[in-house]
Design a protein around this ligand. Sequence first.
Ligand SMILES: *Cc1c(COP(=O)(O)O)cnc(C)c1O
Length: 375
Amino acid sequence: MRETIKINDVCFDKEEFKAVEEVLKSGILTDKNGMGPKVLEFERSFASYIGVKYAIAVSSGTAALHAALMALDLKPKDEVILPSLTFPAAAEAVVLAGGTPVFADINENTYCIDVESIEDSITKNTKAIIPVHLYGLPADMDPIIELAESKDIVVIEDAAQAHGALYKGRKVGSIGDMGCFSFYATKNMTTGEGGMITTNNKEYAEALRAIRNHGESRTNWNTRLGHNYRMSEIQAALGIVQLKKLPDFLEKRRSNAKKLTEELNDVDKLILPKEPEGFTHAWNLYTVRVKGANATKRNKIVTKLKEKGINAAVYYETPTHLLPFYMNIHNNIKKDLSVTEKVSHQIFSLPIHPKVSFEDIKYISKNLKKILGRM
Ligand SMILES: *Cc1c(COP(=O)(O)O)cnc(C)c1O
């Protein structure tokens, strides 16, 4: 029996084992201000990799988004525009920070937030926009930044799936006012759980460091509302090693994606993922779309792939605005999200993580072609 090909997988070797062992031996597992030696080193190297002045390590990508939104001091009527076809953490963070999520539609070719739909969604209460670099492909940032600047709106990039992705030569996470990353186990680099906020803005950086540690601006001096969003030294030690390996991971993902595109290019029934001119995909997920399919047909294909030991997966089966908790919020606005809804019925993702071999890619494409041929 062939081993199941997972949709994503972690890549550790003795370097990570050694890094964790060193932290355990040092006895410093965390720091009361969230700024232990490993955390500071990880923050410095991450800021330099992304090309920003400040990076603030936190306990998860969701914590990063929540802290970034808390730094804006949202008022109850404040609105934050974001896509619906994504992991619900961004919408959740908006609600937790006291604002209202407003869902915009996506671009049918890139699956990232659509600029015209953002424009239609802006009101006098719009405080921020959260473009998501979905699957690792950057959202079209230039028109978003231009629009935001003209209306004094903050841009927070959700780069949880896009470590190392480039938009017109710039790393994502360095383009908006703040960038939020996740180091969850399925991301392009991992610390198990973990997150990072990147920014060039000193005030945001100071607010974020305080929010991470119960709103303390110095020890035992709580000047704003915060949380315990500290990253542990063990996580940071893993992060330092994984960041060094990230370029190699990305290279392997890219060559797997290229190979899969070569193998599937002649399949009429599939729309393959695009990488527009000037965009560099980080390939966290290779997401294809079945032309004209409904969810039942798409799900059947995914089930059949799983029977062959290929863990294809659907991101995201239910767009956020149709999830019970968010439906109520969305219903007050009743915006047309028809592209989001159509695409969500037709997409599924295939494995291209660094442990997937070219032989695996051939096995995946051969079986997918067979399955589609019989439908
Ligand atoms: C993973 C992810 C998050 C949340 O990150 P966690 O570390 O799991 O909290 C947020 N947004 C997107 C797009 C993600 O993929």
